[in-house]
Design a protein around this ligand. Structure first.
Ligand SMILES: C[S@@+](CC[C@H](N)C(=O)[O-])C[C@H]1O[C@@H](n2cnc3c(N)ncnc32)[C@H](O)[C@@H]1O
Length: 347
């Protein structure tokens, strides 16, 4: 009689057969598990039997963003030192152009472990395999933390101002890396759609499109966090210390930000929070449009031109790494508008 010997391991790790898993991944099984509440487990259980979460959900390992064409303007590619990133695949993009408009994969009313688990579980029960595949191809930066919650924490954007409030996850936009002086801006609509818009001209193919995770891409009214604070915020929120040019030259950046704050204080601008929602951003846009038209209607059009030109010059000379040109122009414009308005009142 033939004795049953265990097969030796294949020398090529890719061809080794996994031991039979207790975590079956057919659709029916997944549905059964979801109904029974078997998804109630912690990160250690998620790795049971050496299975990753992707294996647990039956999502192919190789589907990790690489080369994904997002639309005719953008694609996902490797970004050195940052995993993957979003890059232009079209030349001649101009400032203000819409780069990508996307619906959320996941929309969480709250950011906590239970809610995270529940929303991913819902993709399974609703047979949303494409969304599940997209979600699983997003990054987790802390090794050994392969849980739904960690993946959401790493890729979600806040839609209300609280840390644990409404968060949403996208596919393309969540692949965009952070930069403190970004070249694109994300506008999240309350309905769960988001749009990525170019903040500056992107003339060449292959330019990395970066977004500002922290809301530094404001109008310059807020207190600018120091580099150490930025690092702490990116570490706390997404598990990485920002390595953008502004953060690497912390001394210059901090000096520039200090300078800006002094200017802001002298103008009496204080704003404690960043615009978080689409409504807030729209309100700011409307405000800015209003005072631009005020300037025009009062015959101050030349001043508007001067101020913008001046701001650009100063920006190019001194403010290279701390602020976007647009932010600086807006801020300087606001300052001039403010002081002119004060002068007029005094008259
Ligand atoms: C929302 S994801 C961005 C896409 C991600 N790079 C990927 O491979 O899918 C956030 C993660 O990207 C990396 N990352 C983004 N911006 C970065 C930056 N400025 N410096 C270093 N790492 C960054 C960090 O690992 C972070 O946890």
């Amino acid at each position: 009689m033939k004795s049953h010997q265990p097969r030796p391991e294949h020398p090529n790790p890719r061809k080794r057969k996994d031991p039979p898993s207790t975590l079956t991944t057919t659709r029916r099984d997944r549905e059964k598990r979801a109904k029974k509440g078997d998804y109630e487990r912690d990160s250690t259980e998620a790795l049971t039997g050496g299975k990753s979460l992707r294996q647990f959900y039956g999502v192919p390992e190789h589907k990790r963003g690489r080369g994904t064409i997002l639309n005719d303007k953008l694609r996902v590619r490797v970004s050195r030192g940052k995993g993957y990133g979003v890059f232009t695949s079209k030349a001649g993009i101009v400032a203000g152009e819409s780069l990508l408009s996307e619906e959320a994969i996941l929309d969480l009313p709250r950011l906590d472990k239970k809610t995270s688990l529940r929303v991913v579980q819902r993709l399974v029960t609703q047979n949303k395999h494409a969304e599940l595949g997209e979600f699983m191809s997003l990054t987790i930066s802390r090794t050994g933390q392969d849980t739904e919650h960690e993946r959401i924490r790493n890729n979600a954007f806040r839609i209300d101002s609280t840390k644990t409030g409404r968060h949403i996850v996208f596919f393309g936009i969540s692949h965009a890396n952070h930069r403190c002086r970004p070249n694109a801006r994300m506008i999240i609509h309350d309905s769960g759609w988001a749009e990525l818009k170019a903040l500056e001209d992107l003339p060449r193919i292959g330019t990395e499109v970066t977004n500002d995770y922290l809301g530094l891409d404001d109008w310059g009214y807020s207190t600018m966090p120091r580099v150490a604070e930025v690092q702490a915020a990116t570490e706390d929120g997404w598990g990485f210390g920002c390595a953008c040019a502004a953060c690497l030259d912390a001394k210059t950046t901090d000096t520039v930000r200090e300078h800006i704050e002094t200017m802001q204080k002298s103008m009496g601008f204080t704003r404690a929070t960043w615009p978080g929602t689409a409504t807030e951003l729209r309100q700011m846009d409307e405000c800015f449009a209003q005072y631009t038209s005020d300037l025009q209607s009062q015959g101050w059009w030349n001043m508007l031109q001067d101020v913008t030109g001046y701001a650009k010059k100063v920006y190019e000379k001194n403010y290279e790494e701390g602020l976007t040109c647009q932010q600086y122009s807006n801020m300087t414009l606001a300052a001039h508008y403010h002081s002119r308005a004060c002068d007029r009142l005094r008259d």
